[in-house]
Design a protein around this ligand. Structure first.
Ligand SMILES: Cc1cc2nc3c(=O)[nH]c(=O)nc-3n(C[C@H](O)[C@H](O)[C@H](O)COP(=O)(O)OP(=O)(O)OC[C@H]3O[C@@H](n4cnc5c(N)ncnc54)[C@H](O)[C@@H]3O)c2cc1C
Length: 336
């Protein structure tokens, strides 16, 4: 069947969008030359309800988590790979400021129902999860390649490509086309590094978190991350970041030995209001986008891809909080 929709990019955004279209029976073609620069390839896929030094509850977590769990489980079943794993986070306080934030928020119940039992220098976070993003990308790529729905090349020009399709949807992340095609969006970038380590004896259901994190990722393997360098767009692994990650992992792993297997890095895309974007270009009605996933690709991509599906099937509008149209007005959020 002739594809109606062209998806540019097969990171987590393009993969989940293609999955929603497949479920809805909408013919699509996905084009991506490979995952060399994909932020998804460097990510750990952690879905965490409480983050940051000030222990902030993740935006809309109560609603988005059940959808993410359902979508990742269904996709995993179709690909015959386990993608979604329920986890707990052992959150250690890095300083008195964090301890103070915990004491205040525990007293008001603000982190409920995700704040678990306290321990001497921290507390448990329940309701977290980890998505095996690397497995999702690889297995989905095989599936669509075999079905003739994936082409291993780059889209050069969204506008030109849109002449041949009902919609072309930009899922090209930091290295892609969005900067030029959606130049009215105030993109921000933040480089991050992770290391994959060999380490024995970790509880497979527990993520360690003390500023940085160590997340079990299979028998004798864990991911340690992530650094955060706002404004840096060079996606290459940085030796200084690697040292910081080794130091952080050592602090969390105590006397356990570990060795580095791989050092990866990628560039996150964020927006000033820290919300992602989905929707249509303000001047090119056949060009759309799903992006700005920041550090929450595993949680947000299922929700945004579902919005695209509902738009295409039933003409539903995108939620104003994420609609790229919020940047298409004369006074975008954050302007004076
Ligand atoms: C170090 C690090 C750790 C992270 N940890 C987590 C985490 O634990 N949990 C979490 O939820 N998120 C995490 N993230 C964030 C998350 O990974 C990103 O938000 C998400 O992966 C972005 O996905 P994307 O599909 O938008 O872009 P990308 O993953 O960058 O994918 C874009 C794709 O588009 C392709 N492409 C580029 N140009 C073109 C073109 N012209 N034509 C066709 N294809 C093109 C690329 O090849 C690539 O495959 C992390 C990010 C980093 C960098």
């Amino acid at each position: 069947m002739r594809p109606e929709i062209l998806i540019a990019g097969q990171g987590v955004a393009g993969t989940l969008l293609a999955w929603e279209l497949e479920q809805a029976g909408i013919p699509f073609l996905i084009r991506d030359p490979g995952h060399e620069c994909a932020a998804t390839a460097a990510a750990a896929g952690i879905v965490n309800p409480v983050t940051g030094r000030r222990l902030v509850k993740t935006w809309r977590f109560d609603v988005l988590r059940p959808l993410a769990a359902e979508v990742w489980r269904d996709l995993g079943d179709a690909l015959e790979v386990r993608l979604w794993r329920e986890m707990r986070v052992r959150r250690e306080f890095a300083d008195d400021e964090e301890r103070g934030a915990w004491e205040r928020k525990a007293a008001t119940g603000e982190l409920s129902p995700y704040a678990g039992a306290p321990f001497d220098d921290g507390f448990w976070i329940v309701g977290a999860a980890r998505v095996d993003l690397a497995a999702a990308l690889a297995a989905a790529r095989r599936r669509w390649r075999m079905q003739g729905r994936l082409r291993e090349d780059a889209v050069a020009d969204l506008n030109a490509a849109s002449q041949q399709y009902r919609f072309v949807i930009d899922c090209t992340g930091a290295a892609g086309l969005s900067r030029a095609a959606f130049d009215f969006v105030p993109w921000e970038f933040s480089k991050g590094d992770t290391i994959e380590i060999s380490v024995e004896g970790l509880d497979p259901d527990v993520i360690l978190n003390r500023r940085l994190w160590v997340a079990p990722a299979g028998e004798g393997v864990a991911l340690a991350g992530a650094t955060n360098e706002p404004g840096v767009t060079d996606p290459r692994p940085d030796p200084a970041a690697r040292e910081r990650l080794v130091e952080g992992a050592r602090r969390m792993l105590g006397t356990r030995d570990f060795t580095i297997r791989v050092h990866r890095s990628g560039v996150r895309v964020t927006l000033p209001d820290r919300r992602p974007v989905a929707g249509l270009h303000r001047e090119r009605p056949r060009v759309g986008i799903l992006g700005g996933l920041g550090a929450r690709g595993a949680l947000w991509a299922p929700w945004l891809a579902r919005q695209w599906r509902e738009h295409l099937v039933a003409g539903r509008t995108f939620e104003p909080a994420v609609d790229v149209a919020r940047y298409a007005t004369a006074n975008p959020p954050g302007s004076c």
